[in-house]
Ligand binder design. Sequence first.
Ligand SMILES: Cc1ncc(COP(=O)(O)O)c(C=O)c1O
Length: 449
Amino acid sequence: MTTINNSSGGIDMSAYWLPFTPNRYFQHHPKIMQSAKGAYYYDDHGRKLFDGLSGLWCSPLGHADPRIGAAIQKQFETMDYCPAFQMASETAFRLASRIAKMAPAGLDKVFFTNSGSEAVDTALKIAIGYHRVMGNASRTRLIGRDRAYHGVGIAGISVGGMVANRKMFASMMMPGVDHLPHTLNLSQMAFSRGQPKWGAHLAEELEKIVTLHDANTIAAVIMEPVQGSTGVIVPPDGYLQKIREICTKHGILLIFDEVITGFGRLGANFGADRFGVTPDMITFAKGITNGVIPMGGVIVRGDIYDSIITNGGQEQSIEFFHGYTYSGHPIPAAAGHAVLDIFESDDLVNRARALEPVLEDGLHALKGKSGILDIRNFGLSGAVELDPVPGKPGLRSMKVLEACIEKGALVRVAGDAIAAGPPFISTPEEVQFLCSVLGEAIDVAMQIK
Ligand SMILES: Cc1ncc(COP(=O)(O)O)c(C=O)c1O
């Protein structure tokens, strides 16, 4: 049995298989968080850690906001669960309406899931189902992108472009999936502030895929407006607009996976709003409940819903054979209402927008330090790409994380990049602190050869 001694008297680490974690390394370098309040975590060494990634991009309001706790408690006492199929709670209906109102015009139907991975699966199934009911059953091909992260379902890893997430499961990949190239090219755009000027032409790769396969075989393109999990890859100026044009021209649905970028991270309700590009569906999760309790979903163009529903056979027939036991669960829905109330009352999207230049300046001030290959940022998110230790990918960034913890902040390791995405409730001084800790931690990690 592997145990670690800490202030809570020792933890048996033998049973818990940690997700997306080097488990062997963790056993020797455990990172145990014990409590969280506001923009800070407190670990088992008694350290106070500024939450530089808002949990896992999911806690923009900071932690333990009593207004969310109270809403959950109240809903628990009123109705702790409602069967998701054939019935629904009023809370879920009201939340769907609120989300639809926040979304770009025309996207006014909401299908609830429990996670981003399920939201991605759901959106892809809606795309295939829509084309089928429209008499275009040949439109089954799905297009993702290199370096994309769309969760861990079979569909998500198939359209995803992170090699490590796919390699072990190669035999399970869905057929009929193509990938666009990613847009990160350090020789053209290193150290860009905001959107890189170079790279809109990469959208033309979609035309090549359409020519190769014929538009009539393609159901949807899915992409994160800003690729988050592979280190905040910001779309070049004009790129998303071109992708939209090509999709529209060929009748291909465009899905924005906004699991990270939705609910304010880019200083607007959705990335779609910030970039001025309206997709046909938006997937969301994380921020909708501030990470307090799982919930995700898909926001869908009204006529896609109408087409599936009106082609659903007799009125008593189910039109779309898909759903989860916890779709529209009243407790996360209540948390979602509290979160959206707080967004409004505390003006949080604008606060995120106001912090954007602080993060941008703080990160770009690190330029010139040894070992930094790139610094990039957009909205209240950014990343620093490190020169890895030869033959040991990810080691230097892990050391940066550990040095940051020593110095009082949490960041996220994304391969050889370090990502930052502080809570919207942060003060400018806290964001500056995060950036200076990151700089010091990079100096420490550069000592590893
Ligand atoms: C863009 C994107 N899609 C999907 C997911 C998967 O979400 P979940 O971990 O809730 O399944 C994530 C998670 O980080 C994500 O960033």
